[in-house]
Design a protein around this ligand. Structure first.
Ligand code: PYR
Length: 319
C-alpha cells in the first residue's frame, strides 16, 4: 500500500521538488505539501496543499489524523544565516516545532524524516572528512537545533521504536527554487549572477571548501533512504556527500562555459566564521554501504545542469 506523506516547510528550497518525485512514485493525492505561506499558483494546481504551522500542535494533529498520514517529512526550519539573525524564532521553529513533530510521529506511528546538515558540526569536529559519529559542538542555533533533532529522534527510536530517519545534507544547489538563508547559498547565486551580469561578489573567501550537492541527488537520496527497509539501517543519522568545492573552483568550472565570469570576494564575518567551522568534506561511507547511496552529479555535471536550467528560466521569463 502507498504511503500517505505530509511535508512541512513545503515551500522552501526542497519541498516542491521532493513532492514531485514522491507523487510520481505514490500518486499525486498521497503527497500533501504544507507551509504557513500562500503557495504560487503552479504549486497549488499541481497537487494537495494545506496550511500547517509546526508551532500549532492541534492543527498539525488534525492534518495527520484526517489525512491518514503515514510518512512525515519535516522540512520546516530556519537555516544557519537567518537563524543567527533571529535566534528566538529559530529556537521556536527548530526546537519547539521539532518537539511537536516528534510527539505526533510517535503518537501516530509515522515514519519521520528530518534533514540534518553539515551545520551540525563545529570547530572541534574533524573537518576533512567529517564521519557520521564524532564530536558535534556547533556554534550556530541552527546547528544546535539539528544536533538536538538527531539526538531526540535516535532516543525515541531506541526507547519507543520511532521510525526516525535523518540525513545530513550538504549545501543544496538548485535552479528552480531559492535557498532559505544558509551559509552555502552563494553556490546558487553565483550561477544567476554569472548569467545575468557576468560578475559575482562572494561573501566567502575564495578557498572556503564546503560539501555541496545537486538538488536532484538530494531528492533521490531522500526517496531511497525513505524506501530502505529498517533492517538495512545500522544508523538513524547518515552523512550524504556528492561534491566538495571552493568558490574559486566552482567559478573556474563556470568559466569553461562563460569565460568572462569575474568574481570578487568580500567575506562576511558571520557567514565566513560559520563556514570555517563546518566540514570541508563529508564521509558518507555508511550510507553507501547500508542502503546503496551514490551521487550522480559531479562538479562538471552540476555546473552544466545549473547553467542550462537557469538559461531556460530566463528564456521563459522573456516570453
Ligand atoms: C546552510 O547553508 O545553512 C546549510 O545547512 C548547508
Amino acid at each position: 500500500e502507498n504511503p500517505r506523506v505530509l511535508i512541512t516547510g513545503g515551500l522552501g528550497q526542497l519541498g516542491v521538488g521532493l513532492a514531485q518525485l514522491l507523487r510520481k512514485q505514490y500518486g499525486t493525492d498521497n503527497v500533501i505539501l504544507s507551509d504557513v505561506k500562500k503557495p504560487p499558483a503552479e504549486v497549488f494546481n499541481s497537487g494537495p496543499f494545506v496550511y500547517a504551522d509546526v508551532l500549532d500542535y492541534k492543527n498539525l494533529r488534525e492534518l495527520i489524523v484526517n489525512n491518514r498520514i503515514t510518512w512525515l517529512v519535516h522540512y520546516s526550519a530556519l537555516l544557519s544565516a537567518v537563524g543567527e539573525a533571529n535566534v528566538a524564532l529559530a529556537r521556536q521553529i527548530n526546537i519547539t516545532g521539532l518537539h511537536n513533530v516528534l510527539d505526533l510521529a510517535l503518537e501516530n506511528c509515522l515514519r519521520l524524516f528530518i534533514p540534518s546538515t553539515i551545520g551540525a558540526f563545529g570547530p572541534s569536529s574533524p573537518r576533512d572528512p567529517a564521519p557520521d559519529l564524532c564530536v558535534q559542538r556547533p556554534r550556530t542555533i541552527y546547528g544546535v537545533s539539528k544536533v538536538h533533532a538527531e539526538l531526540m529522534g535516535e532516543y525515541l527510536h531506541h526507547k519507543h521504536g520511532l521510525d526516525f530517519r535523518c540525513l545530513r545534507y550538504p549545501g543544496i544547489i538548485s535552479a528552480d527554487t531559492q535557498p532559505g538563508g544558509g551559509t552555502t547559498d552563494y553556490a546558487v547565486q553565483i550561477f544567476h549572477d554569472a548569467l545575468r551580469t557576468g560578475h559575482f561578489d562572494c561573501y566567502l573567501r575564495a578557498d572556503t571548501r564546503l560539501p555541496m550537492m545537486h538538488i536532484g541527488d538530494c531528492h533521490r537520496a531522500t526517496l531511497e533512504f525513505l524506501q530502505a527497509s529498517e533492517c538495512q539501517l545500522s544508523l538513524r543519522t547518515y552523512n550524504i556527500a556528492a561534491v566538495s568545492f571552493t568558490p574559486e573552483e566552482v567559478a573556474q568550472e563556470i568559466r569553461t562555459h562563460l569565460p568572462h565570469l569575474r568574481v570578487t570576494y568580500t567575506p562576511d564575518l558571520v557567514r565566513q566564521t560559520i563556514a570555517d567551522s563546518w566540514p570541508m568534506r563529508f564521509d558518507d561511507s555508511n550510507a553507501r554501504r547500508d542502503w546503496g547511496w551514490k551521487p550522480v552529479f559531479g562538479l562538471p555535471e552540476l555546473v552544466t545542469d545549473m547553467l542550462g536550467a537557469i538559461r531556460e528560466q530566463r528564456a521563459r521569463e522573456d516570453l
